[in-house]
Structures are given as structure tokens and as C-alpha cells.
Design a protein around this ligand. Structure first.
Ligand code: ADP
Length: 675
């Protein structure tokens, strides 16, 4: 099974964390809001219930206040009667009582039949009744007094409306108190109460400021009202029965909350303040978590990017700690050596990818590194072995691993698998060798034709010397003379034969010495080796060859055959350039000396100059291009080959135009001491 890549796992994990976190946050916010709303609502409810209870208590108190004061009225009237005052005095006493009891509208004294004996209206206001209105209610009054007589105590009438002259009116009730003498009812005292006045004088002071107080009937009809409430305020209401003998009134109190509705008291205000604080903290938390989330997401992105970068690298990466243990390898490295990361992590020398025969050498190298010696910046080459046993060359770049505190924690190495480059180099080297071989063969072919031409000379000389010698022997007259001539002829024959042999040998050597091995050769020897071949062609083209080899030159380290070929090529080109009818001075100069430039100090310079046609600008552009030639029988490989050979030796090949005509080619080779 393939593992999910780490960063994908990280990303998906982050996403699911994020989803879960968001839903958790939503739940938390929802819960907190619900809690706060409930708290505020409960606090409001509690406050309201407190207020309602208070209002209920107030209403009950108000009812008992009214009842108490009505009781006191009865008592004071009974006392007044007990005094047995004459009508005038009674009237003045009653008038005094009006001052104390402002709810009294009128007091009447009636006889046992219910007829009015004496009637006094409140001096504090206009008389409420005229004779008509008073008469309308007689039946009700009689009923009440009969009830009072029956109860032998005060009785109250139903309330009734008394219209006034100004078009308004008000509700009143009557209280009938039987007056007794020696336990026998002798008459009645009738007090008319204004209902609104009862409310005003009894409750106005105490409850009227904050409440609207009213008497209502059982069906809700308002009989009298005291105080008003602003309509916009929240209303609370409480009712209480005022049970009076003969009548039952309902007292209703409508109150309002003393504080504003939203923050009616400290408790809800406190809860609200706490809620606001909680919500603020929540908001801050949400902000903070969002910031953290963003940082996490950025980090995940950066990590994923870094991972993607590492994974797509073709360079192998490996980190080691200061003890040489592997702490990190990237996929490219694993692929390179064919091991899984798990097989490599934590490993120390000898590494599984070291060739067994090189363990000692590598361990030594690693010891040098761990001792703190920095590796070369340009990297070094090494050989690793894959898990399947194949070896491959790697280019290693190592650098100290420095942490954020600037402290070295290990070594970081980058690896380049250079097997492909090596293969390509090998291919190009092989093809170059093939090219060189081909070029050499072409030269050999040319040489062969030259040889046949040149060998003709010594061979025909030999043959004529031999014929001459035979003739001498046949016509011998004086043996002494003949012997002298014969000796000379044979010497010539031997000379020519050895010359022919030399020519053949030089070609033979040239063809046979194929190995690329470099050797230390004095420059003079190289010149000597090529001279017979150069001379051959020079004779043919009527060219004079001048050589100059400086004294005391250091030997050069080179592939002798190839360098000889370079010299041959250059000399041949020079001679061919002079093979022109217009060219009168046909001199080819070969020179070997120390290189003049300070850069190439310790190098030897070979130069070949001719007085030929020279090199035009057009030809110059393609001079070193393989297969470029201006000659019908040329191959165009000579100069490109020469340059390759010289550059392989680290040297440099160039040409200089000669005045008035001709060209000089020169190249440098390192001396053995320089290398
Ligand atoms: P090839 O000799 O087979 O033509 P080379 O690569 O040796 O191939 O030379 C390429 C061309 O450069 C020649 O054809 C010639 O035109 C020109 N050339 C080389 N050397 C000289 C020289 N010394 N003087 C003039 N032209 C030269």
C-alpha cells in the first residue's frame, strides 16, 4: 500500500481540524448566546415577579388601609352620636370631621323611618347633590339602612353615579350606620363617600405616585381612578377585594417599573454586562483563533511547498548529524541508491551504499569531515553502490548544516548522479578516438602514396648502384681500382637503403603507436620523429624546411603520437598553402621554444609558419569546423583534430597572419614539471 504523502495528510488533517473547530466554535457561540439570553430573560422574569409580589403586597396593604379608615369613621360617628349633641353642635362637629375626612361628601342624620333629619354637605366643595339626584337614590339608601339595621352595624350601598352640573359626575357609595339608644335603633347616620376621594385621600400619598389605583367592578368597569401612568411603560397589575358589609368593591393597582425596561435593575444589568464581557472575550477568542488558523494554513502551505520542492528535486539530499548519523534523505537520494528512507535514517558509517572495498577510504574521508575540515566547495567525485549492487559515480557537495542559532548541527550534502554524464563523455571520447583513427588512416593513406613516390628515389638509386657494381665486377681490369669503386657503390646502396628504411619506419611507428598514454618526451625528439615525413612531402612540393629548437628545453608530458600528428598536420597544411605557382619563396619554419606569455610560464610552444596564401576572413570563421576544407583531396579534419588534441593536453592552439603573406600556427604543451 502506498502511504499518503506527508503534506497531503497534513493538509487534509488541517482541513478536518478546521471543519471540526468551526462547528465547535459555532456550538460554543450558540450555547453562550442561548445562556446569556436565558440569563437575561430569567433575571427579567425574576425582577418582574419581585415587582408583582410587591405590587400584590401594596394592594393588600391598601385594601386594609381603606378598611381600617372606614372602621375608624364608623367609630368616630358612633362616638359623636354617643355624645347626644344638639343639632347645631352636631353639625359643627361634623363639619370639623369633614376637614379630617376629605372623602366624605355629605353626612345626613335620619330618623328611624329613614327620613332626613339633618343633612350637611362637605364645606370643602360644592354640594354634590341637588334635591333631584338625592331623591333618585332614596330606594337604594333605604335598602342600605334596612341592611344596617338588620346587621346592627354599618352597611354600605352599591356604588352609583352622581351627575354634576358641569356635565361630569362621579361614583359614590353610601354608608348607613344605625344609631342606638339603650340598644334600640332610633335613627341612622348616613355618610356619602366619593370613591375617587377615598382613593385620593387614603392611598394617594402612599401608593398614588408610582401606581394607578382604581376601583373596578367585577366585570372590569372602572368606577373611580387615581393617578395616571404613561402608556409606554410596562404595566403590572394587582387586584384585591374590598369586602364591605353590603357591598364588595375591587381595588386594582396598576404599577410600573421604576427603572427603564431594558436594564430594570442591577441584577439583569449585571448579567447583561457580564454577557457583553463574555461576548467580547468570545469575539477576541474567535479573532485569535482565526489568526492562529491562518498561521497554521500558511505553515502548511509553506511545508507543502517545501516538500514538493524537495520531492521534485533531481539532486539527492542527505543530512547528517555531528556524529555522522543520517537524519534526513530526500526521495531523489533514495531513488539514487535504491534504499527506502527508513532503511537509511539513523544509519552511520559504514553506509549501506558504500562499495565494500572502499569502506576504509570513505570512513577516513568522513573522519576528516567530522574533524571539522570543510570539503571543497566545488564538490568531489565518489562512487556509490545501489541496493542491487550496481555502482555509479556521484558528485558530492557538502556544506555545514547551521541552525537558526548559528550553531553547526551537522552536515548537509547534495548528490548528483553523474553516470549519465560519464556515459556521454565516454561516448564522445570514443567517437573522437574513432574520428582520430579515421583521420590518421586518411593521413596514412596519403603517406602511403608519398612513400611509394619517395621510396622510388632511394630504390632506383639502389638499383642503379647495384647495376653499376655488377658492371664493375664483370669488366674488372685492375682489382684495386674496382674494389674502391665497389666499396663506394655499396656504401651508397646502404645509405639509400637505410633512408628508405627510416621512411618506412616512421610511417610504421606512426600507424602502430595508438596508445593514448602520456609520456615525458624532450621536444626535440618529437621534431626528430616527424621530420623524415615532413621532408618527404617537402621534397615533393619543393619546399625548404627550416627548424629551430631552443637549447635546454624541459621535456613535455604528452601523448607523443598525437602531438606528432598535430605537427605533421600543421606542416602539411603550411606546405600545401605554398603549393601555388605564384609562391616563389617556399620555406616552412618549424620552431620550438619556451612559451613567451607569463600565463603559460613553464609551457613549451611549437610553431609552424609558412609563406603561403594565408587565411581569408571567410575561411577563418570555419577554420576549426570539422570537414571544412578548401582542398579537392582534403578531409577537413586536420585542424579540428589538432585543436582537440592540444586542448586535451591543457594547451592552446591559435594562428597568426604573417606579413606580407603566410600563416603561423602555434600551440602550447605543458612541461613535465608543470603537470
Ligand atoms: P584539410 O587540410 O584536410 O583541408 P584542415 O582542417 O587541416 O583540413 O584545414 C582546413 C582548411 O584550412 C584548409 O582546407 C585550408 O583552406 C585552410 N588552411 C589550413 N592551414 C592553412 C595554412 N597554413 N594556410 C592557409 N590555409 C590553411
Amino acid at each position: 500500500m502506498k502511504h499518503k504523502p506527508f503534506w497531503q495528510f497534513f493538509k487534509s488533517a488541517t482541513r478536518s481540524f478546521t471543519d471540526r473547530r468551526i462547528s465547535l466554535w459555532i456550538a460554543l457561540v450558540g450555547l453562550v448566546v442561548a445562556l446569556l439570553v436565558t440569563l437575561v430573560w430569567l433575571a427579567g422574569r425574576y425582577e418582574a415577579s419581585q415587582y408583582q409580589a410587591e405590587l400584590d403586597r401594596d394592594t393588600a396593604d391598601a385594601v386594609s388601609d381603606i378598611r381600617g379608615s372606614l372602621g375608624r369613621h364608623v367609630l368616630s360617628l358612633q362616638n359623636l352620636h354617643a355624645k347626644g349633641l344638639p343639632p347645631k353642635l352636631w353639625a359643627s362637629e361634623v363639619r370639623n370631621m369633614f376637614n379630617l375626612n376629605r372623602e366624605w361628601l355629605r353626612v345626613e342624620r335620619r330618623d328611624a323611618q329613614g327620613l332626613v333629619v339633618q343633612g350637611i354637605d362637605s364645606p370643602l366643595r360644592e354640594p354634590v347633590f341637588n334635591s333631584n339626584t338625592r331623591m333618585n337614590e332614596q330606594a337604594e339608601i333605604i335598602q342600605t339602612c334596612l341592611r344596617a339595621k338588620r346587621l346592627n352595624g354599618p352597611a354600605y350601598s352599591r356604588s352609583y353615579f352622581v351627575p354634576q352640573n358641569n356635565g361630569l359626575g362621579f361614583e359614590v357609595i353610601e354608608m348607613c350606620l344605625p344609631t342606638l339608644e339603650s340598644g334600640i335603633p332610633v335613627g341612622f347616620v348616613l355618610v356619602t363617600y366619593g370613591l375617587q376621594d377615598i382613593l385620593a385621600s387614603q392611598l394617594g400619598e402612599t401608593y398614588g405616585r408610582r401606581n394607578e389605583i382604581s376601583f373596578i367592578e367585577s366585570d372590569g368597569t372602572r368606577l373611580a381612578i387615581h393617578g395616571t401612568l404613561p402608556r409606554s411603560r410596562r404595566l403590572f397589575s394587582a387586584t384585591q377585594l374590598l369586602d364591605l358589609p353590603g357591598n364588595t368593591l375591587v381595588l386594582r393597582m396598576d404599577g410600573r417599573r421604576s427603572a427603564p425596561d431594558v436594564f430594570p435593575s442591577i441584577l439583569p444589568a449585571l448579567v447583561t454586562a457580564m454577557s457583553i464581557a463574555l461576548v467580547s472575550v468570545l469575539v477576541l477568542l474567535v479573532k485569535d483563533s482565526r489568526r492562529r488558523l491562518k498561521a497554521e494554513r500558511d505553515l502548511a502551505d509553506a511545508l507543502a511547498f517545501r516538500k514538493a520542492m524537495e520531492d521534485s528535486l533531481v539532486t539527492g539530499l542527505r543530512a547528517r548529524d555531528l556524529h555522522g548519523r543520517i537524519t534526513y534523505v530526500n526521495p531523489a537520494f533514495c531513488q539514487m541508491v535504491g534504499f527506502e528512507a527508513e532503511q537509511l535514517l539513523g544509519k552511520s558509517a559504514p553506509m549501506p551504499y558504500w562499495p565494500p572495498e572502499m569502506v576504509g577510504e570513505y570512513q577516513q574521508r568522513q573522519a576528516v569531515r567530522l574533524a571539522g575540515n570543510a570539503p571543497p566547495r566545488e564538490g568531489f567525485e565518489s562512487v556509490f553502490v545501489r541496493q542491487d549492487g550496481t555502482r555509479f559515480p556521484v558528485l558530492i557537495f557538502e556544506a555545514p548544516l547551521i541552525n537558526v542559532l548559528g550553531k553547526q548541527t551537522g552536515w548537509m550534502s547534495a548528490f548528483l548522479d553523474v553516470s549519465e554524464q560519464r556515459r556521454i563523455e565516454e561516448l564522445s571520447r570514443a567517437s573522437q578516438e574513432r574520428l582520430q583513427a579515421t583521420a590518421r588512416l586518411a593521413t596514412v593513406g596519403e603517406m602511403a602514396s608519398l612513400l611509394s613516390h619517395e621510396l622510388n628515389q632511394p630504390l632506383s638509386a639502389i638499383s642503379s648502384y647495384a647495376t653499376g657494381s655488377l658492371n664493375l665486377i664483370q669488366q674488372a681490369q685492375s682489382p684495386a681500382e674496382t674494389l674502391g669503386d665497389l666499396k663506394m657503390a655499396l656504401e651508397r646502396i646502404s645509405e639509400q637503403a637505410s633512408r628508405a628504411g627510416k621512411v618506412i619506419n616512421s610511417v610504421h611507428d606512426f600507424v602502430r603507436r595508438r596508445d593514448q598514454d602520456r609520456e615525458v618526451v624532450p621536444p626535440g625528439l618529437i621534431m626528430d620523429a616527424v621530420m623524415p615525413l615532413i621532408q618527404l612531402q617537402a621534397h615533393k612540393l619543393h619546399v625548404k624546411v627550416a627548424t629551430r629548437i631552443d637549447e635546454g628545453l624541459a621535456p613535455v608530458l604528452c601523448d607523443r603520437t598525437m602531438v606528432e600528428q598535430v605537427l605533421l598536420n600543421l606542416a602539411r597544411n603550411g606546405m600545401q598553402a605554398m603549393d601555388h605557382p605564384d609562391c616563389q619563396d617556399r620555406v616552412l619554419s618549424l620552431q620550438v621554444k619556451r612559451a613567451a606569455s607569463s600565463l603559460s610560464h613553464g609551457w613549451i610552444e611549437f610553431s609552424v609558419s609558412d609563406l603561403g596564401v594565408g587565411i581569408s576572413d571567410d575561411i577563418e570563421k570555419q577554420l576549426f569546423t570539422p570537414f571544412f576544407t578548401t582542398k579537392s583531396e582534403g578531409m577537413g579534419l586536420g585542424l579540428s583534430l589538432c585543436r582537440t588534441v592540444v586542448e586535451q593536453h591543457g594547451g592552446h592552439l591559435e594562428f597568426v597572419r604573417q606579413a606580407p603573406n603566410g600563416t603561423l600556427f602555434r600551440f602550447t604543451l605543458p612541461t613535465a614539471s608543470e603537470v
